[in-house]
Design a protein around this ligand. Structure first.
Ligand SMILES: Cc1ncc(COP(=O)(O)O)c(C=O)c1O
Length: 496
């Protein structure tokens, strides 16, 4: 018989049944109560906790309804086969730790020394999609078709024609971006795409080509630019995303060198979720044109809009078609496991040549069979169906997040960035509150990313601009049960 440790708070506003349900559910997800374990009889548990038997019966019935317990007439109540998550892979876009910040919030056990081992209840690292609804038949068929193709020599540097065509078609139907297969360059994801663009910019504009980046923004993107010789220049945000006034000043400063390019996530600012309206998009393009700067549009998760109609990509608003480099990835719509993405090049001849030269230097990073398999998967319409199915799944999880965290006292925490994508942000008062919350959740087995890790300016460098504080929660890649348990802990951590 498993003996759950349950501490009831009799002064809490939360009723006994809710507390019982929460404690038992967490015990199961933690692995303290294992599949097949018998839980105490309702009579015994009621006596032990000094609560009414009907409260225990109600709690067991709710947990049976949620699928955690199996109630059988005349037999002991047992835990069903719920698998707690005990390991966690770092997410592709998980910000890396700098300075004294914690080494990602990863309480995965076992730990060495005398530290307590904390099993992971839920890994909410951002950037992890769900693959549970993958159309396995189409997936297998696509790989089979790619595998039986006789090998040729190396794949063409800019990508196999089948995939470049399939991506152009996907962008036309999913994003309303009109481009030709010749405009598409296959990449090994966004990081690799940015390496190519940075190398091209450096060859066109000289060493230390200056690229404006959102602050806070995508850390792996900044690193990729810097590694390939470009200099990321932090630009602050406003409620819609990039602060266009600040961008204008950085593009054409009174003194010194302006920007050669600017990198933006206009459809869903990463990580804060701002959405640049059409007028802002046009203003950004006009400002970039006046400064003769390239615009790098990171369109990383625009397929997942939960409210409001999707806005046109910058690439489709760029009248001359000369300025915007669209960078996309299969990491969110399929899986980062593929390491596959693309660039859509504008008509600018110099840029096209510079990217082709950089590609020749950096070599082709995506194996031919991978490219062929994904081209086939797209041609079958399987990606379109997959996006539709996962969009519903994510919309459901987003509702769970809103239900659990949307009504928190705004003086303590404010839920934002929930209009689209695969993550939400819970803003708190300041960095101290952020550190306390992350540490408390880590001790509770919930992995989240602190906003501090997204800051582009080093601490202090932003003058009186400390940047927003809070946590980023990826809700797409975890199951409903683990997400529910994590949300309960987040709520408790904020309220506690
Ligand atoms: C802002 C942003 N851009 C792009 C990506 C995709 O990156 P990659 O294609 O390198 O996996 C991510 C992934 O998590 C992201 O958060």
């Amino acid at each position: 018989m498993a003996e759950p440790v349950i501490l009831l708070d009799r002064d809490a506003t939360e009723g006994v049944v809710r507390q019982l349900v929460a404690a038992l559910r967490l015990g199961i997800l933690d692995g303290r109560l294992r599949a097949g374990d018998a839980v105490p009889s309702t009579r015994a548990l009621a006596a032990e906790l000094d609560v009414s038997r009907s409260s225990v019966v109600a709690a067991y019935e709710q947990l049976a309804g949620e699928g955690y317990l199996e109630l059988r007439q005349g037999a002991a109540t047992r835990v069903t086969a719920v698998q707690p998550r005990s390991t966690a892979e770092p997410a592709a876009d998980a910000p890396t730790t700098t300075g004294a910040a914690p080494d990602r919030a990863r309480p995965a056990g076992p730990r060495t020394g005398h530290e307590r081992t904390v099993p992971i209840v839920a890994d909410l690292s951002p950037g992890v999609p769900s693959t549970a609804r993958l159309d396995e038949r189409a997936w297998r068929a696509a790989w089979r078709a790619a595998a039986v193709r006789p090998p040729t020599t190396s794949p063409p540097p800019l990508g196999v024609p089948e995939l470049r065509r399939a991506i152009a078609e996907h962008l036309r139907s999913a994003r309303g971006v009109a481009c030709a297969p010749d405009d598409v360059v296959v990449t090994a994801g966004t990081g690799e795409a940015l390496a190519l663009v940075a190398s091209a910019l450096v060859s066109l504009r000289g060493d230390d080509a200056r690229v404006g980046v959102e602050d806070p923004g995508y850390p792996a993107g900044r690193r990729a630019l810097a590694r390939h010789g470009a200099l990321p220049v932090p630009i602050p945000l406003d409620a819609d995303g990039l602060d266009l006034g600040a961008l204008g000043r950085a593009l054409r400063p009174r003194r010194g060198r302006g920007l050669d390019a600017v990198m933006v996530t206009p459809s869903h600012q990463y990580p804060l979720g701002g959405r640049l309206p059409v007028a802002g998009r046009l203003a950004l393009l006009a400002a970039a044109a006046r400064a003769d700067a390239v615009v790098i549009e990171d369109d990383y998760d625009s397929e997942f809009r939960h409210t409001g109609a999707p806005l046109p990509a910058l690439a489709s608003l760029d009248g001359g078609g000369e300025r915007v480099v669209l960078v996309g990835s299969f990491s969110k719509v399929l899986t980062p496991w593929l390491r596959l993405g693309y660039i859509v090049l504008p008509g600018h001849e110099g840029l096209r040549t510079a990217v082709a030269t950089a590609r020749a230097e950096l070599d082709t990073p995506v194996a031919g069979p991978v490219q062929l398999a994904i081209a086939d998967y797209l041609d079958r319409g399987a990606l379109r169906r997959h996006i539709a199915a996962t969009r519903r799944e994510y919309a459901h999880r987003r509702r769970m997040v809103q239900d659990a965290l949307g009504s928190l006292d705004p003086g303590r925490a404010r839920l934002c960035a929930v209009d689209g994508g695969l993550h939400a942000v819970l803003e708190v008062a300041d960095r101290d509150a952020e550190r306390v919350l992350v540490a408390r959740l880590a001790a509770d087995g919930v992995v989240v990313a602190p906003l501090a890790q997204y800051a582009a300016s080093p601490p202090g460098a932003g003058g009186d601009r400390p940047g927003p504080a809070g946590i980023v929660l990826g809700y797409a890649g975890v199951g409903d049960l683990a997400l529910a348990a994590a949300l309960e802990r987040i709520r408790a951590a904020v309220e506690g």
